[in-house]
Design a protein around this ligand. Structure first.
Ligand code: PLP
Length: 385
């Protein structure tokens, strides 16, 4: 079978070989339940502690602020739903371009009576800071009491790569006595994230986006803030998320994150070389397309909208060439629909329908980048499969 080209790293990444090696002993040899007091379990308990220390260090947090979860969806749902516990008194401000793990969690709490405000974005996908200020001011001025307000803005968008002004959004939230959460699933391990510097209160992360295993992630919760327990049961995760820990995946997640943070600059340079080569080659193709997102975007996350094309069809025709990318439009069996993100940036429909996302990762090569651009040119100009 010929080699394939994987360029969908924003969807998931390949497990790092060192992370894979690190998890093996905890599956086969050091398999004792970390909650047991006997010596056979000590290795597992120690490994969890060390993984927590490592992860905390990578984002400038304290170990007791890291709670292991099953990934981004769980961490996001946990924080959003915490704010619907007392529905009549709870407010959430988020954005229109969040991942569905935020948007659907918000829709769910809205049904229970919580008030949710969705902020619009500009044509590059950046929130309007003044809009956030205005909404917070409106909420505070309409209240005689000061009910809890949660502001949840994603660190970087998964579809178009735009990096949001997180530090300033957190500052604005705090100025109005709100707490600040960020879905940093696409950012962690790829761009520097410092929870202390950015004054983040809650943060969601997922290992499979930074070359760790699937089904594991974490929630950062600032030390002095509370959250209700996710599961009731044992005392794991400071009594907040009961259940025997996924030791092997926790260990592998820490190895992957530490490695990605250490190699961030080198990885970014390689990814940007791929991005540049791809964009240069595509620029010479004569194709009519728009590149979405902001100048301040995730390295290697490239959203392109080809005029008059169908993104779903482009994806399948690339698939036939064993090139794997993603579309910016969501497809059900009958119709292709423009994604909520492309709608929010008000992308012209003629282009929006022909959107694909190419996302390079640390293992991609310039040769692959050029091959993808050539394949797109050949598919679109020749209309061949
Ligand atoms: N948030 C963002 C921005 C994402 O891109 C994703 C995954 O695509 C998620 C949340 C969900 O993360 P997980 O797959 O770990 O549940």
């Amino acid at each position: 079978m010929s080699e394939h080209i994987y360029a969908d790293n924003a969807a998931t990444t390949k497990l790092d070989p060192d992370a894979f090696e690190a998890m093996k002993p905890f599956l086969c040899d050091i398999y004792g339940n970390p909650s047991q007091p006997y010596s056979f379990s000590r290795g597992a308990k120690k490994a969890i502690k060390e993984a927590r220390d490592t992860i905390a260090e990578c984002i400038n947090a304290s170990p007791e602020e890291i709670i292991f979860t099953s990934g981004g969806t769980e961490s996001n749902n946990w924080v959003i739903k915490e704010f619907s516990n007392n529905t009549s008194e709870r407010y959430i401000i988020t954005s229109l371009i969040e991942h569905h793990a935020i948007l659907n969690a918000c829709a769910s709490v809205e049904k229970k009576g919580a008030f949710v405000k969705y902020l619009g974005v500009d044509s590059k996908g950046t929130i309007y800071e003044q809009d956030l200020r205005d909404q917070l001011s409106l909420l505070r001025n309409n209240q005689t009491t000061t009910p809890p307000i949660l502001v949840s803005i994603m660190y970087a968008n998964n579809e178009i790569g735009t990096i949001e002004p997180i530090s300033r959004a957190a500052e604005i939230a705090h100025n109005y006595g709100a707490v600040f959460h960020t879905d940093a699933v696409q950012a962690i391990g790829h761009i520097p994230v410092d929870v202390a510097k950015d004054k983040i209160d809650y943060l969601s992360a997922s290992a499979h986006k930074f070359n760790g295993p699937k089904g594991i992630g974490f929630l950062y919760k600032k030390r002095d803030l509370s959250i209700s327990s996710h599961n009731d049961g044992g005392a794991q995760e400071f009594g907040l998320r009961a259940g025997t820990e996924n030791v092997a995946s926790i260990v592998a997640m820490a190895v992957a994150l530490q490695k990605n943070c250490k190699d961030m600059r080198t990885n970014e340079m390689n990814i940007m070389k791929c991005e540049q080569a791809f964009m240069d080659r595509l620029g010479q193709s004569g194709l009519d397309y728009i590149c979405n997102g902001s100048e301040k975007k995730l390295p290697g996350n490239i959203s392109l909208s080809f005029r008059g094309e169908d993104g779903e069809s482009l994806l399948h025709r690339l698939d036939l060439k064993r090139i794997y990318v993603s579309t910016g439009a969501a497809c059900d069996n009958i119709t292709t629909q423009i994604s909520h993100v492309l709608k929010a940036i008000r992308l012209n429909e003629e282009y929006a329908m022909g959107t694909i996302r190419v996302s390079f990762g640390k293992d991609n090569t310039v040769d692959e980048a050029i091959k993808i651009a050539d394949a797109l040119r050949s598919i679109i100009l020749n209309k061949n499969p």
